[in-house]
Design a protein around this ligand. Structure first.
Ligand code: NAD
Length: 304
């Protein structure tokens, strides 16, 4: 035991050095993009925003695109968009992702109608934008159900097929709110921290199961101009552009990137967060105006 642990420790040290060098190398030379032609991609929340954008991009790459949404109108718009831009067929399914039974029913239908999903993008999300004590209980619960609990059920429905072939990709659309909480996002941040946790634990679980052929990507963007966060007050960092965000997410998936934070400065913020004093984080939040971003939040006109 004594000498073994020393050798194991040395072996670990070598690996840590190797991975660090690899990470620096990968900063300059990105891994090649994988070919996803023929893959079956399921995008949740495909009826609008970045979900719709990702559906279009994966269709351009030759994937069979399946999407689900609570909005039939949104699904119809996505179907038309894909047809106009690519000629591809869009397989749209109406589903309330806060309802486990509906998710399992939809999964059975997709497997029967289209086939085995190889890329699952858990994207659908909602935000209440209310301060903790102003937020109705039911809405807080709904936020958790759509933004993270639904991920359990889609994973349980589609991961087994990926495991049996040791091929697939799980994409979690979380948020910068999965690392940093701001006023007006207590429920939203809780759901996004949880979504980051799902992705983190799943990454290790898949490796532990010997299924490293199933890749994991966690996406953590700052505000994007999709309409979901209409009204947010920005002092410093600019709001991300929807189309550029979609391009970066698809690129990260094709390169099997484990985590994508946008903009890049959030990698530094995340690293600093657990090192500097909490009061420093608060001071920076005030300086950057982040603390007040949700003060004039309106969100989408239609309520989901
Ligand atoms: N917009 C931003 O600023 C921003 C920033 C970081 C992360 N995100 C995350 O990105 C994802 C997509 O956001 P978006 O900006 O494209 O928003 P969006 O509102 O344009 O799209 C969300 C989609 O999810 C669908 N949806 C909502 N509730 C549903 C339910 N119960 N069942 C099925 N579908 C449902 C909506 O109908 C909509 O089509 C979300 O998870 C969001 O939290 C957004």
């Amino acid at each position: 035991m004594g000498i073994e642990i020393v050798f194991e420790g040395l072996w670990l040290l070598l690996k840590l050095i190797y991975y660090q060098i690899e990470a620096i190398f990968r900063f300059f030379v990105q891994p090649a993009r994988k070919d996803v032609k023929g893959d079956i991609v399921l995008v949740t929340g495909a009826g609008s925003g970045i979900g719709q954008g990702m559906a279009l991009e994966f269709a351009k790459l030759g994937c069979v695109v399946v999407g689900c949404d609570i909005s039939n109108q949104g699904l119809e718009e996505t179907r038309e968009l894909l047809y106009e831009r690519t000629g591809a067929k869009f397989h749209g399914y109406s589903c309330d992702l806060s309802n486990r039974d509906e998710i399992y029913k939809m999964a059975d239908e997709i497997k029967k109608d289209v086939g085995k999903v190889t890329i699952l993008i858990n994207n659908a999300g909602i935000v209440t934008g209310k301060k903790l004590l102003d937020c109705p209980d039911a809405l807080m619960q709904k936020t958790m159900e759509v933004n993270v609990i639904g991920h359990f059920w889609t994973l349980k429905a589609f991961l087994p097929d990926m495991l049996s072939s040791n091929h697939g990709h799980i994409v979690t659309i979380a948020s910068a709110a999965g690392f940093f909480g701001v006023p007006g996002q207590v429920d939203y941040a809780a759901s996004k921290f949880a979504a980051v946790g799902v992705s983190d634990a799943l990454y290790q679980e898949l490796d532990h199961l010997g299924k490293s052929g199933v890749k994991v990507t966690c996406v953590c963007p700052y505000y994007i101009n999709t309409g979901m966060f209409d009204g947010v007050k920005i002092k410093m960092l600019p709001i991300l552009d929807k189309d550029e965000t979609v391009q970066k997410i698809v690129d990260a998936v094709l390169r099997n990137k484990y985590i994508l934070m946008m903009p890049n400065v959030f990698y530094t913020f995340a690293a600093l967060k657990n090192i500097v004093p909490t009061k420093s984080i608060l001071a920076m939040s005030k300086f950057t105006g982040t603390i007040a971003t949700m003060d004039e939040f309106v969100g989408r006109k239609k309520s989901s």
